[in-house]
Design a binder for this molecule. Structure first.
Ligand code: SF4
Length: 771
């Protein structure tokens, strides 16, 4: 039974008690077990916890709803990490929100609560509605809920006045059905959480190799000679990757970590699956740690490439992979000319690294026959993110590190099915080939105009072009930048609809009317008229596999995402299109039959998804060095280097996630690896910078961002933490620091919020509490 927070919880929420200890120098080990299994048993009971944890990521089990890390072919009994266990515990808790909660907690009260408190209230179990003239939700039945949404949608002047947002939780089947509904309704307004994370990756890889996805498979890690990890914190955001890195190390790979923060998971790993991981020293991971300045990655990639070209000139025919460049690439000469002209002084200023460190990385790169470069949001959320990733690809092309074992580009996606959702058509600008197939399959003419992404969707809400916001999962107002602007915009909607498992901030920031439609989680058995159903998901290396619910739904009457979309579509569209929505709900095979006809690489989907462990999507660059680009070749590109200027007395700030966090979901107020307990309103700054700014470790500060629009964006009362981050760089937690990032500060081309390069001014706090 959910209750008001206790006084102890209130105290924690107020963050009066933040404690700071030394950051850890290794990840996982015994604490990895105690912090995962202990809470799972306490929250769910031993039976439910054992059932779920031992079936998680297994071939007959359910897929972890947290990150998109792939599964090895041979699975252990415990095929999960601490964060996966937390995600399961969070979703599969038997605690439910009681009817009286809604009367006791009107919207203004919910608005005062933290994400942590909201998530702790338990599972949503019945539809609730906030009327235009009310300040609180009331429980309603499903038919009434669908009537309200469908009548509102049908009343719009244009289908483009509605947007249909998707989070990476949605399965392939739900995502395919949802985009079909949106397009049959008449809009391409299909923003998704990818807009906030790997959109830059898709834009860059799509242009230069023709496929916006990883070019490696799980097994490639153990075959690599060198793995370069850039802008990524695997210990917290993809913890099972540490096992793959440990295996790679044992097979002889060297690892270089490039990051402004010396994250524990980059340094040493104590594998909790092995006794040696409990009592021994564990495995050292990074052979070399390059503490790069924020936004310096593009300069580093160009500088390494310059040294590779110089080495080739000194000893022709021995360094470059001429066969690969000549047969498969285009644009080498122009690229080489531009890199040879690189200003070395500019590189040192941009990266904060020494010439020796850059030369050392270049030497490692040239010694290795098989190189993988991995990255995550430390790269994708910069203004020059797309150019940076294109320069990673340039470097890989120079020595043919694409389309061979143990080599390639490895963007690591952070939400379970964010990649699969895009494969299924969740994108505001799906290419004509996809829309043509949709038209042929269903006999209606899908809209051809591009829709809005997340950032543009917020703008469209703000200026009244969008009137209805439907969200299949997620927590957009917390995930997107410029929190205040995003919340103001969302409140202008005429109707907001959230399809969710648990409460979050987006349920409190509502349009004139608002609905919450509770849905089943991935852990729960999905019984439909056609029998028990499974869904499917795609991981970060393009492997597609089934996911079967394992435990009884937490409450009777909960609907699956597919059932909700199906009923919404029937209520809204009637017989406008010839689609058997009811058949979709009864038997998910019928959706998969359509996926097989419409989505690239998904032929014969129903048969292949039933292979033990699923199947891997075809990938031209990875499988056969076939590049479906505009020229049919892998494209070297010339990307101008821009060095971000930071005025004297200012720092460059990035937003980061804590260890007890998954995207906007906060599991606790601790960040074990960085030594933070009982609080999140902290800003990490190098001790030398603290001294230079005339501040003191531990004092409360206000952090103001400085952008050319002149608006004073500020977060107040944060505790200053002396931390060994790169000089001139600072870090604060996402989403607490999102208010500092203007909506207009986005990556070029991809429009992803540039949350990793925020120029800030830090001053003594003017008041104690955070804004
Ligand atoms: S690595 Fe990611 S997918 Fe795997 S169990 Fe952990 S959180 Fe889940």
């Amino acid at each position: 039974m959910a209750t008001e927070p206790t006084s102890a919880e209130r105290k924690v929420d107020d963050q009066e008690d933040i404690r700071i200890a030394h950051p850890k120098t290794w990840a996982a080990g015994l604490p990895g077990i105690t912090h995962s299994v202990g809470p799972a048993v306490r929250e769910m009971g031993a039976g439910r916890a054992a059932k779920l944890l031992t079936s998680m990521n297994h071939k007959d089990g359910f897929d972890c709803m947290s990150c998109a890390w792939p599964d090895p072919d041979h699975r252990k009994v415990a095929e999960f990490c601490e964060n996966g266990a937390k995600a399961v515990t969070w979703e599969a808790t038997p605690v439910t929100i009681p009817r009286e909660f809604w009367q006791q907690h009107p919207i203004p009260v919910l608005l005062e609560k933290t994400e942590y408190w909201l998530g702790m209230q338990g599972r949503l179990v019945e539809p609730v509605y906030k009327a235009a003239d009310s300040d609180h939700y009331i429980p309603i039945d499903w038919d009434e809920a669908f009537r309200i949404v469908s009548e509102k949608l049908r009343s719009l002047d244009s289908p483009d006045q509605a947007a249909f947002y998707t989070s990476g939780r949605a399965s392939n089947e739900a995502a395919f059905e949802y985009q079909l509904f949106a397009r049959a309704f008449g809009t391409n307004n299909l923003p998704d959480c990818s807009n906030m994370c790997h959109e830059s990756t898709g834009a860059a890889l799509g242009e230069v190799i023709g496929v916006g996805k990883s070019t490696i498979s799980y097994d490639d890690f153990a075959k690599a000679d060198l793995i370069i990890i850039m802008g990524q914190n695997p210990g917290t955001n993809h913890p099972r990757m540490l096992t793959a890195l440990e295996e790679a190390k044992k097979a002889g790979a060297s690892i270089v970590a490039v990051n402004p923060l010396p994250e524990a998971g980059l340094m040493r790993y104590k594998n909790p699956q092995k006794v040696g991981g409990w009592i021994g020293k564990g495995t050292g991971l990074a052979d070399e740690y390059l503490q790069i300045r924020l936004a310096g990655d593009q300069a580093l990639m160009q500088a390494v490439a310059k040294r590779v070209l110089e080495a080739e000139e000194a000893d022709p025919g021995t360094v470059l992979d001429h066969d690969f460049i000549d047969r498969y690439c285009q644009g080498f000469d122009e690229y080489a000319r531009s890199v040879r002209a690189l200003d070395d002084v500019e590189v040192l200023r941009a990266t904060g690294l020494s010439a020796g460190e850059i030369g050392g990385l270049a030497d490692r790169y040239m010694r290795a026959d098989r190189v993988i470069i991995t990255w995550a949001m430390g790269l994708t959320q910069h203004k020059r993110a797309v150019a940076t990733i294109k320069d990673i690809m340039n470097l890989l092309f120079l020595r043919g590190n694409i389309g061979k074992p143990g080599a390639g580009a490895s963007p690591i996606r952070g939400h379970s099915n964010v990649q699969g959702d895009r494969t299924m058509g969740i994108w505001e600008k799906m290419p004509p080939a996809f829309l043509d197939k949709l038209q042929a399959e269903f006999g209606f003419d899908p809209p051809r105009e591009n829709g809005v992404d997340s950032v543009d969707g917020i703008r469209a809400l703000a200026d009244g072009r969008l009137k209805v916001w439907v969200a299949l999962g997620g927590n957009l107002v917390s995930a997107v930048s410029d929190t205040r602007a995003a919340e103001d915009a969302m409140r202008k909607a005429e109707l907001t609809v959230q399809i969710s498992t648990k409460l979050n901030r987006s349920h409190a920031v509502v349009g004139r009317e608002a609905l919450i439609l509770p849905t089943m989680g991935r852990t729960e058995i999905d019984r439909q008229a056609g029998g028990d159903q499974f869904v499917s998901v795609e991981d970060t290396v393009c492997a597609v596999h089934p996911s079967w619910g394992q435990v009884e739904p937490v409450a009777p009457g909960l609907l699956s995402e597919i059932a909700i979309v199906s009923r919404l579509a029937r209520a809204t569209l009637g017989d406008k299109v010839d689609v058997d929505w009811a058949g979709f709900e009864d038997d998910y095979d019928t959706i998969r039959d359509h996926i097989a006809h419409v989505c690239a690489g998904c032929e014969d989907y129903n048969r292949r998804i039933r292979n033990k462990g699923g199947f891997v999507l075809a990938h031209g660059p990875r499988d056969s060095r076939t590049f479906p680009t505009a020229t049919g070749k892998a494209m070297f590109t010339v990307n101008e280097l821009e060095v971000l200027e930071v005025p004297q007395g200012r720092l460059l700030l990035q937003t980061v996630r804590a260890h007890d966090q998954f995207n906007t979901t906060i599991y606790s107020l601790n960040d074990r690896y960085r030594g933070v307990k009982k609080g999140r309103d902290v800003v990490f700054v190098n001790p030398l910078d603290i001294a230079e700014l005339g501040l003191e470790d531990g004092q409360r500060v206000d952090v103001h961002s400085e952008f050319s629009d002149g608006v004073d964006r500020v977060i107040r009362g944060f505790r200053l933490v002396s931390y060994p981050t790169a000089r001139g760089c600072a870090a604060a937690y996402f989403p607490e620091a999102n208010p500092l990032v203007p909506l207009g500060s986005t990556a070029e081309v991809s429009n992803t919020p540039a949350s990793k390069s925020v120029v800030v001014r830090i001053e003594p706090a003017t008041r104690a509490a955070a804004a």
